[in-house]
Ligand binder design. Structure first.
Ligand code: LR7
Ligand code: MN
Length: 588
């Protein structure tokens, strides 16, 4: 940690006078990352361009056109490409950052956001006196405009007396604009409350956050990714429960900023879980948790956190053992800290009234310096320290990791002992009872229906699965009998038996009576495929919600059509957002 240099900057004065207002209209759809053309595709049923606009955000100095009800909406021109330079910004942006940097730059450092909170949140009253927060933001090669919008969103939407400071940790980025240009911007535009720490070598986000925390002096630490935007009154609801009980760790609801359009949209209220591949996933909130009369605003107990966005008493962060400094670059620390919080006497809550947007990218645009699989290394460490005999569930999925070296964990084991933490069994029984043991890969194991007396699960529904956006049906890319084969959307044909899915009481989706729609629990970013039905839920378990979404239980995501106009008809798993691309109808 001695390898960091620290600088202080000034902010203040004039940023408040500059309120960029993007008073433009919405509804556009951009070509996806893998396309290089500048084609803009109108979304079905969407109104045409209403206003001609300037593309650059414009300071309004408090003057806003009241006739525009929804000033956060984006102009269809926002993503258009007018010349070669635009094309280059967009293409390089996707290449380096995996999101649409052209739009991010055009948005500028300030923008208005839709208030995504439940209306009842607006009536909540919080104590005026709350512990002040140090906001810790680690970044590695972040897009300049996304980083600055993150910082300014905090400055713009946090009451001064609650904002102790912002601590930026540059994890040895090598992009030019994050050097002198960033120094100069911070120096000239931001006063007093922003600290910048520069790592002399790449540490990764886990040690990076520990370095940030060591420079922070506020009573509470709030961690954010470097491509976030905090929403209206986001901080008070996080600080209040910590003030009440400093062993409570809290997460905001993570709203979705689209990587392609930068449109900010609300997330449904979900909570954190994980699968035996040790990947984080989103789970529906059990009814028992939502039953309270204050359901829409009350904190929700969450077995795990996504990792990037949370608030925690600073002293408690230190007492609880910060993070595992033996973990590298990316991955695993989110489950590790979640298990540690619950098993060692704390609690982890999601706060529905606190909303922070995050740019969800389709891929991670960076690797680790030596090309190692840091997720596997970090997961091994957490399994060996925290999971007792249940680490076998992980090894059943990843047998090749059983004898892999994971470094020295003695200090972490000592922390577990010092804090007298409970067993992993206690955690599963009490905090995550929904977690099913023995996933599909825990073979040899006959399909569940064989154990249940040779009775095949009852078919509940049959028909074609039509995607509402693409208006096409889910089919096998090759033959429906081909194990491991991909699925795509093609023209619907009611006479075609190879398009027929059955949905049974085990929540399996079976194509043409042959194979089940299946997700890899090891590589949860892979698209779904067709596999032999194993009858033990998890990777083959899909819920068909009333909103027509196809939710995959093991990875906690929804099935989506990738690009409705492309003939390729690819589908993917994505964070559930209720969009049309994620709506499927099972019909005759
Ligand atoms: O070497 C690195 N050094 C860094 O400083 C690599 C990354 N970073 C920074 C990076 O610039 C970013 O600000 O660390 C932050 C997180 O990295 P991302 O944005 O690449 O991670 P992610 O959003 O893909 O992944 C999620 O899981 C991670 C597991 O290690 C972290 O916990 C991330 O913080 C976490 N992000 C969220 O929880 C946001 C919501 C996503 C969901 C679900
Ligand atoms: Mn992120």
């Amino acid at each position: 940690m001695g390898s960091a240099t620290l600088r202080y900057f000034c902010y203040g004065c004039f940023f408040t006078s500059v309120t960029w207002s993007i008073i433009l209209f919405l509804y556009f759809n951009f070509s996806q990352e893998n396309q290089t053309s500048s084609r803009n595709v109108p979304v079905q049923g969407v109104p045409p361009l209403l206003l001609p606009h300037r593309l650059q955000p414009r300071p309004t100095r408090g003057r806003r056109d009241q006739s525009l009800q929804e000033p956060w909406k984006l102009s269809p021109e926002m993503g258009m490409i007018f010349n070669e330079q635009d094309q280059e910004v967009r293409d390089m942006g996707y290449h380096r950052h995996a999101f649409n940097v052209l739009i991010s730059n055009r948005l500028g450092f300030h923008r208005q956001l839709p208030d995504t909170r439940n209306d009842r949140c607006k009536d909540q009253v919080y104590p005026r006196v709350l512990p002040a927060a140090s906001i810790v933001i680690c970044f590695f090669n972040e897009a300049f405009s996304a980083l600055l919008r993150t910082i300014h969103s905090v400055l713009d939407r946090t009451p001064g007396h609650l904002l102790h400071e912002i601590v930026l940790v540059d994890d040895n980025s090598d992009t030019d604009d994050l050097k002198e240009e960033l120094d100069s911007y911070l120096q000239h535009n931001l006063q007093g409350k922003v600290k910048l720490v520069r790592n002399q070598k790449r540490e990764g986000l886990i040690r990076g956050r520990m370095i940030g925390a060591s420079h922070a002096t506020g009573e509470v630490l709030v961690f954010l990714d470097s491509h976030c935007e905090v929403n209206e009154a986001w901080l008070q609801p996080l600080l209040a429960p910590i003030k009440e009980n400093r062993h409570t760790v809290v997460c905001p609801v993570i709203d979705i900023i689209s990587a392609d359009t930068l449109v900010y949209s609300p997330s449904p209220i979900v909570r954190g879980g994980f699968n035996w591949g040790l990947h984080f996933k989103w789970d529906p909130v059990p009814l028992s948790e939502l039953n309270s009369p204050v359901g829409a605003v009350a904190p929700i107990r969450s077995p795990t956190m996504a990792g990037g966005l949370f608030a925690m008493d600073r002293r408690y962060f230190n007492d609880l053992g910060q993070y595992d400094g033996g973990m590298d670059i990316w991955g695993g620390e989110n489950l590790e800290i979640s298990f540690r919080i619950w098993m060692c006497g704390g609690q982890l809550h999601i706060i529905p009234c606190s909303r922070v947007g995050h740019i969800f990218r389709k891929r991670r645009p960076y690797g680790s310096p030596g090309g190692q699989d840091t997720m596997a290394h970090n997961s091994l460490r957490l399994a060996h320290v925290w999971m007792d005999e249940y680490k076998e569930q992980y090894f059943a999925l990843r047998p090749e990791l059983r004898n892999r070296d994971y470094g020295d964990i003695s200090q972490r084991v000592a922390i577990r002992r010092r804090l007298q933490c409970r067993s992993f069994k206690w955690y599963l029984d009490n905090i995550y009872p929904e977690m099913q043991l023995s996933s599909s890969h825990n073979k040899p194991q006959p399909p569940a229906f064989i154990n249940k007396g040779l009775k095949r699960p009852k078919i509940l529904q049959r028909g074609r699965l039509r995607n509402l956006l693409a208006d096409r049906c889910l089919v096998a890319q090759g033959r429906p009998s081909q194990k491991g084969g991909a699925v795509v959307v093609r023209k619907c044909d009611s006479g075609d038996k190879e398009q027929e899915w059955s949905y049974d009481e085990e929540q399996e989706l079976i194509l043409a009576g042959l194979l089940c729609l299946d997700m890899s629990e090891i590589r949860s970013s892979d698209p779904p495929r067709l596999m032999k039905c194993h009858g033990s839920g998890g990777s083959q378990q899909w819920t068909l919600g009333k909103t027509n979404r196809l939710y995959q239980v093991s990875v906690g995501q929804c099935l989506a059509a990738v690009d409705p106009v492309s003939q390729k008809g690819y589908v993917t798993m994505a964070i559930c957002d209720g969009s049309q691309a994620q709506q499927w109808q099972l019909e005759d």
